[in-house]
Design a binder for this molecule. Structure first.
Ligand SMILES: Nc1ncnc2c1ncn2[C@@H]1O[C@H](COP(=O)(O)OP(=O)(O)OP(=O)(O)O)[C@@H](O)[C@H]1O
Length: 374
């Protein structure tokens, strides 16, 4: 069984609709209930800032500071994490405009980057904004896929941003008609190395999830069958050096075409994550709304289980408005599955009764007008 990671304290200042708020936690799951607009999702968002990136809303950081606040927002958390107990502080300084970056202190010491958070805990989430994942833009599925990869392979984020930067340079050279062969070749060689490493990391994550779903047992949440399409289709079992060579050829031969298109038409930025409902043998986009939600839950739970298996520590799970869509039986089954992961989860809803099956496995809080009470 994976070890637990948990928050024992969360304290917010000038965060969204909270001027000041604090939560004392005892390691059990956390249920936050209250009316629409009370600030439940904001609390989950605060916890999501204990992982690298822009949180579960992919927020512009300056929007996160409470409207009317004189300074930037801060989040403090006491965490029993993968490296023992730590105090984490994160937030932004005021008045830096939209290019502001998030500051992080771990036990009072400034951290080089927010990636250091992954040494201490892993935070995964499922929010209503993800409901259209299977029917929406492929860029959303790619981002979802990359978050899956990132939770087990922190270097994936750096590879993806370096690839993006190199690709932008290539696009610029091509669009300006500067076909300088040595410059282009150097950029393309960098893209080939990074691009194939990204594709391999994604493929490896899918392989791990596939192996896991083979022995996931009976659950009311269907098994998603995942495949990748759009880049190096069916070729990923070949040696990386050969794939890099192939990708380099594609880039070299595609210069004219890409110049005309104004963008690079081959690469890992074109990958799509295809999801099928295994039991129905149906693509996810054609499943019913409820089936899609259940598939998404199945996918996030599988990822949480994989994270726990691979790291030995159960992730913190943020489940926003998860109970509303499920009947009583499925709700109880979900709580059992979440509890069985062995970690701490944060769940929100408008009605406390929906969580009654959790009983004393959870702490219950009421959220109202930017305040939290027991
Ligand atoms: N920067 C900000 N400053 C002040 N208030 C904000 C800021 N950003 C968001 N809010 C407000 O926070 C409130 C709470 O939002 P939140 O999404 O947490 O509600 P919720 O309890 O999850 O509601 P629902 O049940 O409708 O999902 C909203 O009314 C929103 O306008």
């Amino acid at each position: 069984m994976a070890q637990k990671t948990s928050l024992s304290r969360l304290k917010l200042t000038d965060f969204r609709n909270y001027a000041e708020a604090a939560l004392s936690l005892d390691g059990r799951h956390v249920v936050l209930t209250g009316e629409n607009g009370a600030g439940k999702t904001n609390l989950l968002e605060a916890v999501s800032f204990l992982s690298p990136g822009r949180g579960l809303r992919r927020a512009v950081l300056s929007d996160v500071t409470r409207v009317g606040a004189a300074a930037g927002f801060t989040i403090f958390a006491d965490v029993d994490g993968m490296d023992g107990e730590v105090s984490i502080g994160t937030g932004i300084e005021p008045g830096e405009g939209e290019s502001v970056t998030r500051k992080l202190r771990i036990n009072g010491t400034p951290a080089r980057s927010t990636e250091e958070l992954t040494d201490h805990l892993s935070v995964l989430w499922l929010t209503p904004a993800m409901d259209g994942l299977f029917t929406g833009a492929s860029s959303d599925r790619r981002r979802f896929l990359d978050r899956l990869v990132l939770s087990l392979d922190p270097a994936h984020g750096r590879r993806a941003s370096d690839f993006e930067r190199a690709m932008r340079s290539r696009n610029r050279l091509l669009s300006e008609g500067r076909f300088d062969p040595s410059w282009l070749s150097a950029i393309e060689a960098q893209m080939a190395g990074l691009g194939i490493a990204m594709a391999a990391a994604r493929q490896e994550m899918l392989g791990l999830l596939r192996a896991l779903s083979g022995n996931s047992g009976e659950t009311p949440f269907p098994t998603p069958v995942l495949t990748l399409e759009g880049f190096m289709d069916g070729a990923m079992d070949r040696p990386a050096a050969d794939l890099e060579e192939d990708y380099l050829d594609m880039l070299r031969n595609g210069r004219g075409r890409d110049a005309a298109a104004g963008r690079t038409l081959d690469g890992p930025h074109r990958t799509d994550l295809l999801v099928r409902h295994r039991e129905k043998d149906m693509e996810a986009a054609r499943c019913s709304t409820g089936e899609q939600k259940a598939l998404l839950i199945g996918l996030v739970l599988a990822h949480a289980r994989l994270t726990a298996d691979m790291t030995g520590y159960a992730p913190i799970l943020l489940l926003d408005e998860i109970a509303a869509h499920l009947d009583e039986g499925r709700r109880a089954a979900l709580f059992d599955l979440v509890h069985g992961l062995g970690g701490q989860s944060f769940m929100t809803g408008t009605d406390r009764a929906m969580f009654s099956a959790l009983a004393d496995r959870a702490q219950f809080f009421t959220v109202a007008h930017g305040g939290i009470s027991v």
